[in-house]
Design a protein. Sequence first.
Length: 359
Amino acid sequence: MARRRYKHSEKKLGSSPGTLVYVGQETDYKTRIRRIEYSLSDYKVEEIKRLSDCRRPPEDASCISWLNVDGIHEPQVIERIGQQYKLHALLLEDVMNTQQKPKMEQYDGAYLYVTLKMIYMNSASKEVESEHLSFVLGEKYLVSFQEERKSDIFQPVLDRIVASAGKTRRNGSDYLLYALMDLVVDHYFVVLDNIGERLETLENSIIQQVASQQTLTRLYALKRDITLMRKFVWPVRELINSLMLEESEMIRPTTVPFLRDLYDHVVQVLDTIDSYRELANGLVDLYLSTLSNRMNSVMKTLTIFSAIFMPLTFIVGIYGMNFDNMPELRTQFGYFVVLGIMAVLVVAMIIYFRRRGWM
């Protein structure tokens, strides 16, 4: 998982709960706000230029209102939206804290708060990155908060609303929340497919014994990605389960089957993550085992050469002594006889090593 640089404007110790302080990656863009209103017969998409226009729809509204906020780094914007929609200060604090873990909370039966992480693969750095998402679900409205403004990750859902395709325009705000969460979970599968391909590539390089120290580095990077991805996805299962079991007027019975299907998808993601984590651990063990076997092979070769040259060195050492009374030194063919004995020793030792399976 890519390491994130967090802004050093963290909440001070002893400050009042609900203090709006942005904790996240440093950004330099302005917050973008769009409101999408739709019904079965019509829709409207507009850019919000003034914060005073971020009004909460009336309870008897005939259409569904979706307020999409791109950017959570400006406290005055988040605070004003919270005032318009009468949101709790602790909820707004969680919206601006990108380190907040995924969860679901209900506030006095008036609205639901859901936060989770969008996970995607950075095309430039080839690293897994995350984005903090928050949703506030009301009877006739949904407010979504996105951490970054690099790309509109909710565009496919908006396209379905514009095209009047699917079930989004025929259902309420709870189905819209499901559709957006389903899009997030679909991205989990895309990231897992990429991780699976990278694991397969590393496995082939290890099996073919072409792995290097860089292979181990990439393996540990993948293990870190898988571990952090599990950390983000695991609470989502409990989150969706709470949405299905929570007795709330915001979640209609017709939406529960879709949430149940989404729950199954999250369980499938978690199963895949666990299998990839075991595979990554196995590949680390396989790499270390292969490295150890390669080292043993080198040591065995060096040992065989040492064993072959040991008697030769002994013979050369004997006849290298400078004594006068050494009869073999004055033999006419002594030099060739000694060379022959040394050659026979080498051949005999090689045959012996081969029969023993050491070579």
